[in-house]
Design a binder for this molecule. Structure first.
Ligand code: GNR
Ligand code: NI
Length: 173
């Protein structure tokens, strides 16, 4: 297991669409294990493969509290097959946009189809924080970031700040 580097805004890979996983094999499970290690190290409660620079439809989630046992879950080729009319609001953050948080409304419940790490298909209904995190991660697979739901003004300010930071990082080398 290796901790990988997390891709940050404004890296253009974050806007790309990830490609379906064709085979659930040991190589894919190794990738998932690296993602889980990287998520815990960050720390975060979810991570999409694109966030470590891999454009495959794979994400990991663990919303267990600190005092609870770890319970990482792997979702391969996840699809939202139903979402509730009812919305819920959470303050979201993203490991690819450090230190930015804002309230985002999304469907309160979703039904998700996916393959698990053994390649076994599932259809499961989620609510609460799990529903929000899954929607945030599945958005990543489609090149969508939570700041895309903010006003143009707010998003523009955030993108400019990270673009400036990246330029200064390059100048400092
Ligand atoms: O660690 C994370 N916390 C979080 C909080 C509210 C809504 C979504 C998230 S996901 C985020 C990790 C991340 O960037 N995943 O893509
Ligand atoms: Ni994110």
């Amino acid at each position: 297991m290796a901790i990988r580097k997390i891709v940050k805004l404004p890296d253009p890979i974050l806007k790309k669409i990830s490609q379906p996983v064709e085979r659930v094999d040991d190589e894919l499970r190794d990738l998932a294990d690296d993602m889980i290690a990287t998520m815990y190290d960050a720390p975060g409660i979810g991570l999409a493969a694109v966030q470590i620079g891999v454009l495959r439809r794979l994400l990991v989630v663990d919303i267990a509290k600190e005092e609870e046992p770890r319970s990482p879950q792997v979702f391969i080729n996840p699809e939202i097959i139903w979402s509730s009319e009812e919305l819920s609001e959470y303050e979201e953050g993203c490991l690819s946009i450090p230190e930015v948080f804002d309230n985002i409304q999304r469907p309160a419940e979703v039904r998700v189809s996916y393959l698990d790490r053994d390649g076994k298909p599932h259809e499961t209904r989620y609510d609460g924080l799990m529903a929000t995190v899954l929607q945030h991660e599945i958005d990543h697979l489609n090149g969508i970031l939570f700041i895309d739901y903010l006003s143009r003004l707010k998003r523009g300010t955030i993108v400019r700040k990270f673009t400036k930071q990246a330029r200064q990082q390059r100048e400092n080398v």
